[in-house]
Ligand binder design. Structure first.
Ligand code: GTP
Ligand code: MG
Length: 175
């Protein structure tokens, strides 16, 4: 018989990096060119079946990246079992912010939280390679140093989006 395991997952990252768009892609296989900023946070769920007769029910807290909501984040990551720390590969500041989030999670979140570092918006490079401002190596190196999962993604084309959640699901210990 299939077992269903609930996993609390939080998304963190600078405003407009595409957190809500990644969730929209994962949950509804949809994309919006002009997605409105998240106010406070949004809660969504999605099931994901893994190969081994196991289903993960992701309980997703999609936080708001705008600075005025920064004080809310600890409420959402405190009891999370997994986190996506998202940056925009065309925005160097968003990568600096991602580093800060990883540090804060390591200090304040649950021991053993599974963290995935996500460099989003790779589709933009199809138009102009010079728009890349955070190299693949920078992302890989941070992930290696901090022992994070790492993916470059596009919520727009759906590139690697499901793989992020599958990789997290596969790292969740059986309860
Ligand atoms: P906050 O809720 O303010 O923290 O922002 P967010 O991180 O949730 O970003 P959101 O998903 O709202 O996306 C911001 C803008 O980037 C929107 O106009 C999206 O359409 C666009 N966007 C998101 N993901 C991608 C992507 O992978 N590629 C491209 N080209 N645009 C994207
Ligand atoms: Mg959002």
């Amino acid at each position: 018989q299939r077992s269903v395991q609930s996993v609390k997952l939080v998304l963190l990252g600078e405003a407009a990096v595409g957190k809500s768009s990644l969730v929209l892609r994962f949950v509804s296989n949809d994309f919006q060119e002009n997605k409105e900023p998240t106010i406070g946070a949004a809660f969504l769920t999605q099931r994901c079946s893994l190969g081994n007769n196991k289903t993960i029910k992701f309980e997703i807290w999609d936080t708001a990246g705008q600075e005025r909501f920064a004080s809310l984040a600890p409420m959402y990551y405190r009891n999370a079992q997994a986190a996506l720390v998202v940056y925009d590969i065309t925005k160097p500041n968003s990568f600096i912010k991602a580093r800060h989030w990883v540090k804060e999670l390591k200090e304040q979140a649950s021991q053993g939280i599974i963290i995935a570092l996500i460099g989003n918006k790779v589709d933009i490079l199809e138009e102009d390679e010079s728009l890349r401002k955070v190299s693949l190596e920078e992302g890989e190196n941070l992930a290696k140093e901090e022992e994070l999962l790492f993916f470059e993604t596009s919520a727009k084309t759906s590139f690697n989006v499901n793989d992020v959640f599958l990789a997290i699901g596969n790292k969740i210990p059986n309860n």
